[in-house]
Write a protein that binds this ligand. Structure first.
Ligand code: HEC
Length: 161
């Protein structure tokens, strides 16, 4: 009976540790990003009969700290950039955004993400605040491509007024 209790206790302690650890790794959903600065909009693949995964409406949003980065070329800690991807719905003469495919984001925290240029990468599926999160391997894949943009602090887009 005693051993049984110890095992249960150990399991509880372990799962609490795992929960805390996961929370520490996670980048929060960028609540309210629609009210930030919309820095860029473009549509891809609207002529494709069968749209590819990345096709659709793309909107980039920047919080106030990220706007400092666009202006100075160096994004300070706390900067968040959002890449919001929605389907493109074509009707006669109009291309409009449809349902949300996913929300990608980059959060600057130089100490926490020192192996990936100071940026943490995350993804959310559709309108979900929990689904679609990236594994460590997939976060590295994001960075591997963004790594080519070292001269602009690993950010592709520019802000034009
Ligand atoms: C194959 C290259 C590539 C990969 C992989 C990639 N990105 Fe990007 N990303 C881009 C390009 C190119 C842009 C700019 C698109 C534009 O505005 O024309 C971009 C833009 C962004 C932006 C807006 C800020 C900026 O750099 O302009 C965010 C946020 C972002 N990506 C997050 C991610 C996340 C999260 C992942 C992994 C799930 C990821 N990216 C994977 C190429 C890539």
């Amino acid at each position: 009976m005693k051993t049984y209790l110890v095992v249960i206790l150990l399991a509880a302690v372990c799962s609490a540790f795992v929960a805390v650890n996961n929370a520490a790794d996670q980048i929060p959903y960028p609540e309210g990003y629609h009210k930030w600065t919309n820095t860029r909009t473009f549509i891809t693949g609207y002529e494709n009969k069968e749209p590819k995964k990345g096709d659709g409406f793309h909107d980039t949003y920047a919080n106030d700290r990220a706007m400092i980065g666009y202006q100075t070329g160096h994004f300070p800690d706390g900067a968040i950039l959002v890449f919001d991807v929605r389907t493109a719905v074509t009707t006669e003469g109009t291309i409009a955004p449809g349902t949300r495919k996913h929300v990608d984001l980059m959060l600057k925290d130089s100490a926490r993400f020192k192996d990936t240029g100071g940026w943490g990468f995350e993804e959310f599926t559709g309108d979900s605040r929990t689904e679609g999160r990236l594994s460590g391997e997939r976060q590295k894949n994001c960075f591997n491509c963004h790594a080519g943009k070292k001269q602009t602090d690993f950010v592709f887009s520019q802000f034009k007024e």
